[in-house]
Ligand binder design. Structure first.
Ligand code: SF4
Ligand code: SF4
Length: 307
């Protein structure tokens, strides 16, 4: 099917991940957009948070040659006492240091892409989608923070005949969500905690809007999979999970996915010059996730576990 793809709208994308198998049915390409209104302490994509490009520096690759110091027009890179320091306040993400570094120690998280560029990238794996009933997943950050671009990407993919999945925190403007739902075959909706205060303590925002938007999403007739990050000491008590399951069982959702906390994004905090917020927190075991899954199943819900 032919379709008119917006030629003017561009969005800030920080990753396009091919062969994803955990972001919806089949083999998928996941497009990650930058910017998020939440600040979940367990976030494994810290480079997704700010709605602007951000410089990442991999210390292990650097041999302290100093080329980047000379190349930086803002004097934001300083070499002293056998250590390279980046002044994040002074850095304007110009990227000069990336070109200057012979070791590839720098990388820019976030690049502006047009809708057609995203579609071209996604369509490279058409054959895999066809054979696995896969498609494109739009994720983030919170993809609907770049609402206009996100909707155009979903629309372009759907009109090309691809299966579309929207992965959302639910903390988005109602009208943007409703427009996006028109072009999403499946919604992965994050539910982190049903208690408003607990929710705010580890994500930075109240869950009222999220709960309202979940009801709106389900009422729209969309296929919905609930995703629950299981964070030890935050939402992993049997009571927390039972409450969440009872609330979810009232809604017409297809299944619940329990996603155990992990530390895989930890190194990226260092690359961004940030401190990892949950240092020392031990991920839940598979047995623990299994126990929690059984509590959810007892409420009549289908459940999967993963990390
Ligand atoms: S991105 Fe530009 S301003 Fe930032 S450290 Fe590199 S050269 Fe300097
Ligand atoms: S140019 Fe690259 S290798 Fe040289 S000091 Fe800068 S980051 Fe290190």
């Amino acid at each position: 099917m032919t379709s008119a793809v917006s030629e003017t709208i561009r969005g800030l994308v920080f990753s396009i991940q091919r062969y994803s198998i955990h972001d919806g049915p089949g083999i998928r390409t996941t497009v990650f957009l930058k910017g998020c209104p939440l600040r979940c302490k367990w976030c494994s994509n810290p480079e997704s948070l700010q709605p602007r490009p951000e410089l990442m520096f991999r210390k292990v690759k650097c041999d302290l040659c100093g080329s980047c110091v000379a190349a930086c027009p803002r004097g934001a890179v300083v070499l002293q006492e056998e250590k390279l320091e980046i002044d994040r306040e002074m850095c304007d993400s110009c990227g000069e240091c990336i070109a200057a570094c012979p070791k590839g120690a720098f990388e820019m998280a976030g690049r502006l892409l047009g809708v057609a560029e995203v579609l071209t990238e996604v369509r490279k794996d058409d054959i895999f989608y066809l054979n696995s009933s896969g498609g494109m997943t739009l994720s983030g950050g919170e993809p609907l923070m770049q609402g206009e671009f996100a909707i155009e990407v979903l629309k372009a993919c759907k009109r090309s005949g691809l299966h579309t999945t929207l992965d959302t925190s639910g903390y988005v403007a109602r009208e943007v969500l409703e427009q996006a739902l028109e072009f999403a075959d499946l919604v992965l909706f994050d539910v982190k905690h049903l208690d408003a205060e607990e929710h705010k303590s580890l994500t930075g925002v109240d869950n009222g809007l999220i709960q309202d938007n979940l009801r709106v999403t389900v009422a729209s007739g969309a296929r919905v999979w609930i995703r629950v990050p299981v964070i030890p000491g935050f939402n992993d008590s049997p009571d927390d999970i039972r409450r969440l399951a009872k609330g979810t069982a009232k809604l017409a959702v297809e299944k619940v996915s329990l996603l155990g906390y992990h530390e895989w994004g930890k190194q990226k905090y260092e690359c961004l010059g940030r401190t990892y917020p949950l240092e020392g927190l031990i991920p839940p075991t598979e047995e623990r996730l299994g126990e929690l899954a059984r509590i959810i199943e007892a409420e009549g819900l289908q459940v999967t576990i993963g990390y």
